[in-house]
Write a protein that binds this ligand. Structure first.
Ligand SMILES: [Zn+2]
Length: 202
């Protein structure tokens, strides 16, 4: 059974609240440098290259602790090994995901974007794609606010252009345009997670 379908369809707290606001110690970090599987494979020759600079507690001693497998669905199924670091001071554990994996969507962003653009053979069930489309049609308030208060002029301009009532889709378009990004969703999703840990684009 698709674990996504087993989850309740509405609410989706993790779309609007952050890890910090849920009081979690440790969690998921996204490495924004890693936008493709080939970059990930090169990084994994030395998994320590994924080491975060510092823990949220301020400690800079993070030890390589574990490896986990992430399965991303597509026509076949891609298994990506991700690394987990442990903070020497507060014992928080940080799982570092490459940016091309869409956190919580069980796919790579490439597959998500291809499915959303209505290609001939979408690699996701129609119902899943409809749910993604519905999320992109929702107001992006928390995300827009995160950009507006980031302290970065380009991000603030994007936020003002979209406005508080703008949708997640509109925000993704505006961000990709402002940053000349090749991918519409992956870089913004990673950025939002960095600005407000746990905050999801979709
Ligand atoms: Zn720590």
């Amino acid at each position: 059974m698709d674990p996504e379908w087993a989850a309740p369809p509405a609410v989706e707290t993790c779309l609007v609240s952050s890890d910090a606001s849920r009081g979690r110690r440790g969690g998921t970090l996204i490495d924004e440098r890693v936008q493709t599987l080939s970059v990930h494979e090169a990084m994994m020759k030395d998994p320590a290259s994924y080491r975060p600079t510092e823990c949220r507690c301020g400690c800079r001693r993070l030890h390589l602790h574990d490896r986990r497998e992430r399965r991303a669905r597509s026509a076949g199924s891609v298994v990506v090994t991700v690394v987990v670091f442990l903070c020497a001071q507060c014992r928080a554990s940080w799982r570092v995901l490459p940016a091309f994996l869409a956190r919580c969507l069980w796919r790579t962003w490439e597959v998500v974007e291809a499915a959303l653009s209505g290609g001939e053979r979408p690699q996701a069930p129609a119902r899943t794609v409809q749910r993604w489309q519905a999320r992109l049609a929702q107001p992006a308030r928390a995300a827009t606010q995160a950009l507006a208060t980031s302290g970065d002029a380009t991000l603030r301009a994007v936020a003002h252009r979209v406005g508080l009532e703008g949708t997640r889709g509109a925000l993704a378009e505006a961000y990709a345009e402002a940053t000349s990004g090749t991918s519409r969703l992956a870089p913004l999703a990673a950025l939002l997670h960095r600005l407000s840990p746990g905050l999801r684009l979709m």
